[in-house]
Design a protein around this ligand. Structure first.
Ligand code: THU
Length: 135
């Protein structure tokens, strides 16, 4: 199923609203994300930091982990909103790749403007995927 432009914008707007709940007192870089399953359910996430600086959790993986812990494994698209349109980190790309290389990634800025639209495969070429462990 392909998302309409309106559905994409809704996923971005939801991530942007969610972004207000980011807990990022150390970096002051708030990130919001919204992950849409193939059945149309949506899970959100924000980045969550703590005083031990090297151990934050990214917004995208919070959304992904929420979804997986609710039994979801098939994803259509994920939106990521930051103040300046930053793209998902390597760890988040790997986390998304686990569940499908075709998931669409919508990258937007604080105005909710879609800046880039890529698949996980495009963001993480030559990904190490679960099949690689079939020896
Ligand atoms: N961050 C995310 O939430 N997602 C990313 O893909 C990149 C980085 C967060 C982690 C940290 O809380 C802050 O942004 C600065 O790195």
């Amino acid at each position: 199923m392909t998302l309409t432009a309106q559905e994409k914008q809704e996923l971005i707007d939801l991530a942007n609203t969610t972004r207000q709940r980011a807990y990022a007192p150390y970096s002051n870089y708030a990130v919001g994300s919204a992950l849409r399953t193939k059945t149309g359910h949506i899970f959100t996430g924000v980045n969550i930091e703590n005083a031990a600086y090297p151990h934050p959790m990214c917004a995208e993986r919070v959304a992904l982990f929420q979804a997986v812990s609710e039994g979801e494994k098939e994803f259509e698209a994920i939106s990521v909103v930051t103040e300046n349109g930053g793209s998902p980190c390597g760890g988040c790309r790997q986390g998304l790749a686990e569940f499908g290389l075709d998931t669409l990634v919508l990258i937007a800025n604080r105005e909710g403007k879609l800046l880039k639209e890529l698949t996980v495969k495009e963001l993480l070429p030559e990904a190490f995927t679960p099949e690689k462990l079939d020896r």
